[in-house]
Design a protein around this ligand. Structure first.
Ligand code: ADP
Ligand code: MG
Length: 310
């Protein structure tokens, strides 16, 4: 049987309300499995419950109900082992301003009970590009360096599962490249990676499998390739030689829109219309075709179509 890194069953989280605040049901009965060895994307609009889920996995937020099994260890039965299997790079920067990166990593390793002989502080500093800042106070680090340190802290106990919560939100290109390089490298070494991101192109490129959640519920979970294949709509983009006439008699269900440079985009459903029929209609309208291209929908469109009518 395929090994699971994470198994979540019937997970619920309700944040208690305050004097002026209603209680908030952030996770509403979630079932989700994440296979070992993958780069897994957790996507969803703001407020969907991604960070809540991640923080429950990390043992930072207490679940209201349900079962969480991490690397085979039930969180309620083996809290220590389940915590040891996972490292989390949080969304928010939270660190002691008077610690140096080296001290922060040593302290974190101490918290996880990593013996001195098994620590790999220098290697981690090297990996995230902080070797030359090892002795600088955290308050003197740039925002990007603080994020590097957050990643470093998540790695001290050599977790089997690394979780990154919006690691590239608002970071510069260099830091983003460093992150993805390291994510790939760690994954090749066998680490399971779970990440949330706002950048769907990034998820499309990085993730083997994806779960989309919205309003605390699972909308879809599939391989990235299958998700992209689900979208039936395609576009045929034509560059005409001559100005297009006002109306073209198109097959049912085909929509035309104008693009910059006089190009015309025809969107159609693959299972209903053949590209050939659209080209015939275009020629019949007296348009000479200079060039033609097709467009497949990306994850962005999959995401919008799955979350918009909720
Ligand atoms: P995401 O990470 O997908 O943007 P979150 O998990 O942060 O979503 O939030 C899910 C919902 O729970 C949101 O409506 C948010 O306002 C609410 N929420 C998150 N944290 C708390 C908290 N500590 N107390 C009360 N409500 C919270
Ligand atoms: Mg979040």
């Amino acid at each position: 049987m395929e090994q699971q890194a994470i198994e979540v069953k019937g997970l619920r989280k309700t944040y208690a309300g305050g004097k002026k605040q209603e209680p908030k049901e952030a996770i509403k009965g979630l079932d989700l499995t994440i296979p070992a060895g993958t780069i897994f994307g957790l996507l969803g609009p703001n407020g969907a419950g991604k960070s809540t889920l991640i923080n429950i996995l990390a043992g930072l937020v207490k679940k209201t109900d349900g079962q969480v099994v991490i690397w085979g260890f039930d969180q309620d039965v083996n809290p220590r082992q389940s915590r040891a299997a996972i490292g989390v790079m949080p969304q928010e920067i939270n660190m002691d301003p008077f610690f140096t990166p080296r001290a922060a990593l040593e302290t974190q390793a101490g918290l996880y009970g990593v013996p001195k002989s098994e620590r790999w502080t220098d290697e981690i500093l090297e990996l995230v590009g902080l070797s030359d800042k090892a002795e600088a106070y955290a308050r003197n680090l740039s925002g990007g360096m603080k994020r590097r340190l957050l990643l470093a802290k998540a790695l001290v106990h050599r977790p089997q599962i690394l979780v990154l919560d919006e690691p590239t939100a608002g970071v510069d290109i260099e830091l983003r490249a460093m992150l993805w390089r390291n994510v790939r490298k760690l994954n090749e070494q066998g680490m399971t990676i779970i990440l949330t991101t706002h950048y769907l192109e990034e998820a499309e490129e990085m993730c083997d499998e994806i779960a989309i959640i919205n309003h605390g519920e699972l909308i879809v979970r599939d391989t990235t390739a299958n998700l992209l294949g689900r979208m039936d709509r395609k576009a045929l983009v034509v560059e005409p030689r001559n100005p297009a006439p006002a109306d073209i008699a198109l097959p049912d269900g085909v929509r035309m829109e104008e693009r910059p440079g006089g190009r015309l985009a025809f969107t159609y459903a693959r299972n209903k219309t053949a590209a050939e029929d659209i080209l015939d209609a275009i020629r019949a309208a007296g348009i000479e075709i200079r060039d033609v291209a097709t467009e497949q929908p990306g994850l962005e469109e999959v995401f919008v179509s799955l979350t918009s009518n909720q």
